[in-house]
Design a protein. Structure first.
Length: 106
C-alpha cells in the first residue's frame, strides 16, 4: 500500500507542477498580449497624428509659401507668360475618282 501511496503522491506533485507551469505560461502570454495591445494603441494614435500633420503640410497655402520662400518661385503674370499656338491641320477631303477609272478597276 505504501508504494501505491507514494505513486499517487508523485502523480499529484507532478500534476500540481504541470498546473503551475501552465498558469505561468498563460500569464506570460497575457502580459505579451497586453503589451501588444498598448503598442497598437500608441501606433494608431501616432498614425492619426501623422495623418493630420500630412494634411496640414499639403495645403495649397503651405505649398505656395514654400515655393516662394525656399525656391524663389513667383506667380506667373501675363507679362512673363508666353502662349504657344498649336496649328490644327485642316481636313481636305480626297478628290473623287472619275467614273471611267472606277469601271476599269473592277
Amino acid at each position: 500500500m505504501t508504494r501505491v501511496n507514494l505513486l499517487l503522491l508523485l502523480t499529484v506533485v507532478l500534476s500540481a507542477l504541470g498546473v503551475v507551469h501552465a498558469q505561468h505560461d498563460s500569464r506570460n502570454v497575457f502580459v505579451a498580449l497586453d503589451r501588444a495591445t498598448n503598442e497598437s494603441r500608441k501606433l494608431e494614435i501616432e498614425f492619426e497624428r501623422l495623418q493630420v500633420e500630412k494634411r496640414a503640410q499639403a495645403t495649397h497655402l503651405r505649398v505656395e509659401q514654400l515655393a516662394k520662400e525656399k525656391l524663389q518661385m513667383r506667380t506667373p503674370t501675363p507679362a512673363i507668360t508666353d502662349y504657344v499656338g498649336v496649328k490644327v491641320p485642316q481636313y481636305v477631303p480626297p478628290e473623287p475618282k472619275p467614273a471611267a477609272a472606277a469601271g476599269r478597276a473592277r
